[in-house]
Write a protein that binds this ligand. Structure first.
Ligand code: AVJ
Ligand code: FE
Length: 429
């Protein structure tokens, strides 16, 4: 919770206060809405649900309820001004830490909300998820850079010699979890899933590879596109990933804007800011397909030697900076082939961190799903409208990232930190 708050303070303290009230894109909230919404969720779950407190400011609940007000409307709400929002979240936090001091947060204490401090983990994850959302708002914001960070590590020396794909054996594996204490409702319960054998890319699709699709006329050829994706391409005249601009004078012929800096598109970085329709179109053009969500999770968690599903590709240990590009330590993905210590047993790299990876799958409940602690976290989004993303981006904190973690978004969305890798069926023998 303290780490999340430090990040929240950085994301809301690096632009002048009046800018916190501005809307940088109709897809996003003003930053000051995210800030007070973080505090309001903490008040609802830690002060009221766990601590039994009554509402501090009952009138705020409606303003900061994400379901009552779509993002486009939020600038016109009676938002707390920046200083008041800061005072509110600090007041809630002080009381939440008192609740934590008194709560029976042990393995067998006090019911599902406090057992293993679940509600506290949920609130830390919620704040970190909004910190990624606020980072997206920063990316959409016009004007000079407000955030800086050191460069990520380079590709490992062996990167050029890696096989382009690996074969994952068919058969059952354990998907989801019933034991990860802070797993959210949609990751539960653990269940057996059978997948046919498949090949999956060792590395995320790079800008260099994606540029071949672009330069081959990919955005002009309806053959590769889902009909609704083709409609998006035509309606919005898409020609490349979001934030790219063609520029004959620069090395690869393309520039991109990244957190207020315009730079040549780096060929070795995973492609970023593509929607599901673009990812699926690239895969079709390449004669391949997106992995299903189950295939992605098997590639990321299944250990062929033991037959067990692990917490992360590298094993059960929590992520460190050696394993993955997480936590906004760097404000870009690392080049493809980085993080050799984060590889899966079969050698698949960068499954965790760098870019969210689009999968072929709709966001659906696992067998035995039970909404907890509120239907609006996951249940109301289940269905065919949303596609699942896996693995987390450079903007995600480790507390909200693991082999079972599920994210979802609409297939047209491109502002999120999303890329993809591809898969294929083995040739019939
Ligand atoms: C899981 C990223 C889709 O931001 O809409 C934040 C996370 N839920 N507050 C979102 C979330 C409630 C959610 N995503
Ligand atoms: Fe939220």
């Amino acid at each position: 919770m303290l780490a999340a708050r430090a990040r929240t303070a950085a994301l809301t303290g690096c632009v002048p206060d009046p800018e916190l009230l501005a809307q940088h894109s109709p897809l996003m909230s003003p930053l000051v809405w995210d800030l007070a919404h973080i505090g309001n969720q903490e008040e609802l779950w830690l002060l009221r649900a766990v601590g039994g407190h009554s509402a501090l400011r009952p009138e705020l609940d409606s303003v900061y309820d994400a379901f009552e007000h779509p993002r486009a409307e939020r600038p016109s709400l009676p938002l707390l001004p920046p200083d008041e929002a800061r005072r509110y979240v600090a007041d809630v936090r002080g009381r939440a830490l008192d609740v934590l001091d008194r709560a029976p947060v042990g393995e067998d204490g006090g019911g599902p909300l406090v057992r293993a401090a679940f509600a506290f983990g949920m609130i830390a994850q919620h704040e970190q998820q909004h910190d990624e959302t606020m980072l997206i708002t920063h990316q959409l914001r016009a004007g000079p850079a407000a955030l800086t960070a050191p460069e990520p590590p380079p590709a490992a020396p062996d990167a050029d010699g890696l096989p382009v794909e690996v074969l994952v054996e068919g058969g059952p594996f354990t998907m989801g979890t019933s034991t990860e204490p802070w797993a959210l409702d949609n990751e539960r319960p653990a269940h057996e899933r059978v997948v046919a054998p498949f090949f999956i890319d060792t590395l995320p699709v790079s800008n260099r590879a994606y540029l071949h699709f672009v330069e081959d006329g990919g955005y002009r050829d309806p053959r590769w596109w889902h009909p609704e994706g083709w409609a998006q391409v035509r309606r919005h005249r898409l020609t490349a990933p979001l934030f790219w601009r063609r520029d004959g004078g620069s090395p690869g012929g393309w520039l991109r804007r990244r957190f207020g800096v315009v730079e040549p598109v780096p060929p070795d970085e995973p492609v970023l800011h593509v929607g599901w329709y673009e990812a699926a179109a690239y895969a079709a053009w390449a004669g391949r397909r997106l992995p299903t969500e189950a295939e992605w999770e098997k590639a990321a968690r299944y250990d062929p030697a033991s037959g067990r599903s692990r917490r992360y590709p590298w094993g059960d240990a929590d992520p460190t900076p050696e394993h993955a590009n997480l936590g906004q330590r760097h404000l870009r993905p690392a080049p493809v082939g980085a993080y050799p210590r984060g590889a899966s047993p079969l050698g698949v790299r960068q499954l965790i961190g760098d870019v969210w990876e689009w999968t072929a799958s709709d966001f659906l409940p696992y067998p035995g799903f039970r909404a907890f602690p509120y239907r609006e976290y996951s249940e109301v989004f289940f269905g065919s409208a949303y596609k699942v993303l896996r693995g987390g981006s450079f903007g995600v904190d480790p507390v909200a990232c693991r082999g079972t973690f599920r994210n979802w978004d609409l297939p047209v969305r491109r502002q999120i930190f999303a890329g993809f890798r591809t898969a294929r069926d083995p040739e019939p023998c």
